[in-house]
Design a protein around this ligand. Structure first.
Ligand SMILES: C[S@@+](CC[C@H](N)C(=O)[O-])C[C@H]1O[C@@H](n2cnc3c(N)ncnc32)[C@H](O)[C@@H]1O
Length: 290
């Protein structure tokens, strides 16, 4: 098998990649073109890691679930080429403006599970005299936990888990057919909690994956060290600001954050929001204020 990255394996101890099966990540990488505007995107460290580990410069990555273009931005910064697909046209347009022509890019507004998508991309790869993708990174909706659009082909609009899995399997089949024979496919997914029951979406997707000829190489669990949102989701009960005594320090930070937002200084606003979260305060923005 040919070498599949640009890492200096002779000096493997110096390689700055976490090879463990548990990733504890202190903080989301916020830089360059990454935007927090699109919630529910994954942290840039995920695609960064796999692109460095499984591709060389100018090789080609496939992202069938674009959303905020996290993977595309990382491929651009690392000098790899990319093909992306999403069901939402606006996202595709945005990504096309965001990602410059310093890398080769190709995109489609279509259902990633449709056979047409596979055929069009195959045709594109042939025009580029490329045999197939070197790496695919799939970050599908977590069934219906978050609705991404009103499109009927959107996986987040599936009515049941089985419907979701059947559809996702179609995406996997397309991906399998577009990858070079021995290359890598990464799935990033979360489980679901419904009617007091844990639904292991990750394992269920993995079964479909193995069913269609992929070999499982590893399962990695990621923990964002101080992602308090997960605590808030269980502990947080909305309270009107008049109802409680808000400490002076918190009031000040909140006002400063609002001011930064008004001045469109989003970097400072984000920093202040994070500072508030560290102090266990979450501010909910409304049209007329907070
Ligand atoms: C979890 S998001 C991907 C997030 C992305 N990794 C990021 O960091 O921004 C899922 C995306 O899949 C798209 N999607 C859902 N069903 C689809 C389908 N059948 N074909 C193509 N895209 C689809 C949604 O529109 C959404 O943009």
């Amino acid at each position: 098998m040919p070498k599949f990255n640009d890492l200096d394996l002779k000096n493997w101890k110096e390689i700055d990649l976490n090879m463990d099966s548990l990733w504890v990540i202190p903080e989301r990488k916020k830089w360059w073109k990454h935007s927090n505007f699109y919630h529910w995107n994954f942290i840039p460290q995920i695609p960064e890691h796999f692109i460095k580990r499984y591709t060389k410069k100018c090789w080609c990555v496939f992202d069938p679930f674009l959303w905020s273009a996290t993977t595309a931005i990382e491929t651009e910064s690392l000098g790899r080429n990319i093909v992306w697909v999403d069901i939402q046209e606006d996202l595709i347009k945005r990504a096309n403006e965001l990602i410059w022509d310093s890398i080769k890019k190709y995109f489609l507004v279509w259902d990633s599970g449709d056979i047409k998508t596979r055929n069009i991309i195959k045709w594109y790869l042939e025009t580029q005299q490329v045999e197939g993708f070197d790496l695919a990174i799939l970050h599908p909706p977590y069934a219906d936990i978050i609705k991404f659009s009103g499109e009927k082909e959107d996986l987040s609009n599936c009515k049941t888990i089985d419907e979701f899995l059947d559809w996702f399997e179609k995406v996997l089949k397309n991906t399998y057919n577009l990858l070079k024979g021995w290359w890598y496919c990464v799935i990033v997914i979360w489980d679901k909690y419904q009617n007091s029951e844990w639904i292991p979406l990750g394992f269920k997707c993995m079964e479909r994956w193995q069913k269609i000829w992929f070999k499982l190489k590893s399962i990695i669990v990621k923990n964002m060290e101080w992602n308090r949102w997960k605590y808030f989701k269980t502990l947080f009960k909305p309270i009107e600001k008049e109802e409680i005594e808000v400490p002076k320090e918190i009031k000040l930070l909140t006002e400063k954050r609002w001011e930064a937002k008004e001045n469109k200084d989003f970097a400072t606003a984000d920093k202040l929001r994070d500072e508030l979260l560290q102090k266990w305060w979450k501010v909910l923005d409304k049209k007329e204020g907070y």
